[in-house]
Design a protein around this ligand. Sequence first.
Ligand code: GAL
Length: 773
Amino acid sequence: MSTSREILNFNTGWRFIDQDLGEAKKRDFDDSGFEDICLPHSNRTYRHHYFTEERYRFISWYRRPFYLDKAFEGRKIVVEFEGVMTVATVFVNGQVICEHKGGYTGFACDVTHAVTFGGQNVIAVKVDSRCREDVPPEGGNVDYMQFGGIYRDVRMKFLDPLNIRDVFVIPEEIGREAAEIRVEADIENLYESGREFTLYTRIVDQNGNTVSKEQSQSNIAAKSGGKIEVIHHLQNPELWHTSNPYLYTFEVEIVDQGNILDSMADRFGVRKVEFRKDGRFYLNNEPMKLRGLNRHQVFPYLGAAMPDRVQRKDADILKFDLGLNFMRSSHYPPDPSFLDRCDEIGLLVFEEFPGWVFVGDEEWKNVAKQNLREMILRDRNHPSVILWGVRINESFDYHDFYVETNRLAHELDPTRPTGGVRYFVNTEFLEDVFTVNDFEKNREGKLHTPTHVPSLVTECMGHMFPTKSYDREERLIEHAKLHARIQSCQYGISNLAGVCAWCAFDYYTTSVFGAGDHICYHGVCDVFRNPKFAAHFYRSQMDPKISVELFIARYLTPEFNDCGDALTVFSNCDRVDLYVDQQLFDSQAPDTAEYPNLPHPPFTFTGIQASFKDKRPTKEEATYEWNEMAWALGRWLGQMISKIEAVGFIDGKEVVRHSIEMFGRATRVVLEPDDTELFADGTDCTRLVVRVLDEKGQALPLSHTAVSFEISGPGKLIGENPLSVERGMGAVYIGAARNTGGIEVRAMAEGLEGDTTQIRVLEMEKKTVPIKA
Ligand code: GAL
């Protein structure tokens, strides 16, 4: 067996009980009454709304037997938890190993001295998911659900006693011709004697070519640790950018007399981020307006316990479906796989430590500082992360505490600025960037001009204009237009770095917030990540070279509504022609009067009613005298128009079309899985979007049809069955079992044509820790 590091998946083979059984820590405890589960795991499952936070607030136990081969003897053995909500106490063979407070950051338990080699072991974790007022964010009322369980991945690491504890890669002196990369390796020597070794460090490009390599002779005294610094020089480096998210790999190896004792590799990007005194944000010396949305990590049915695939998909939705260049991880560090994906696709991130409004006593602050440390040490090699949030979101001034959080952030990462999110302007500004929630004038589509530089608006909208996907069309339009006007406003403020509006997805909240069903309908997408009209506005701001967008923000219905005679089209084209029943009605340029500063102002069409005046019934046909108003209100679209089509042009060339038609009858159910392949690891899953369509293929906004599912093969349905759709849409998730094969999902609704979809379950990639010899 090679002595170099090994990392095994430790997500499978767990047993769970939703009770506090203290004896469960013991190695020989009879856990036959426990449920077989895999991680990530939620201590409860839920309907998609109308449940309370009390459901997940309890103590539970997780147990997992494991066998360690004798060959591992002499190695350091660490169990790494990515996130346990909220307080975890870890036992191995009955012995307490560690306690960790805070569900949003990971921790490592050194179990070396508690395990038996060549024999059976048991790890047991007591998970306290109650409202722990000693742990951020709790202490006051919190506007989001925490959920509970071992809800992120767990792995076991086998290391040589001489090993790499951590590597920090710092791109310095970054230019197009050359860059200097400082690699700081933190090495631990657990041997009884001092050790000499060679440290090899390499930088490898995306084609697998080593573009720089260095080696240095070092030694570390017995039972101690030390940092080794190596400088690499890159010629003509490929710079990481939102439009070119180029990732290099760094490799670090400890070699002693030809043997590799330990090695590790990870990715990084060569890029320079600055918030300058002119108020603007610069990426690689070029100014860039940050256009973002906030994201909570919560999902229907499983709370926060979604596997990497679903976490990564959220990053894709933000970047590709919503066209953002920026997001805020409110109000805590996200799953590590989310940030990996942000690195890969070029989505900038403001990451903040856990907390919400409340600040507790000294002990509480110590946990907060520990969580801050864990966040920065975990994430400082991610090129996507551009700013650390070191002030509890919307808290008052706590001078000493925030002096310390700023100091800590700068010490652990001298390369990134800090921000501290506030909603009072007259609060102490201890950070590098003035990050402020600006709600006051949102309903007029406005923001304040910055009071400090550099400034970043970290929230706006949200509770100022909650909007459900199935709200009246007037509200959906107004919601979208307010986002558009606020973003237009920010593009007009040259010394404002950007705006990160509230928020991307509707989210689960506690009893004192939200719409009464424990959802805050503040998203531009619903909890299923299905878009509202406002999502189409964001999407329309994308560079048309990447994706051409066009969306008529309107339904076509016979009945009068309050939408008036104006019609808004979100598009990144430079001209839009509007056809009403095949007849060219009007041709418009972007509406720069209403949205003067946006990269791609929406298009406004007016006067459709007026143009149909000639279709007004004649005096003879009319049963009574029509006045102008009654005609306009009562009869305008419904009986005159059956289709409106928008055609988008760029440089005079037609590039895209979108049409809306008078709604027909409910005809069929369609299924749209995000993925068609999963891994057989017991928790991998994918979203399955469900839509109820009319014969023209339009999702029916007033449909609450109940859709039922049948599933066969190695998988399970995660979600309500039947599911009543909202606005003709909804979603369930399809989870993989531990065996491979084909899953088939069938969806049915009474009187409608159904649909089926297939998902293949493949052998999982990673080796797992054995349960038995
Ligand atoms: C903010 C807060 C967010 C969310 C939002 C609602 O004040 O920071 O977490 O509660 O209000 O729109």
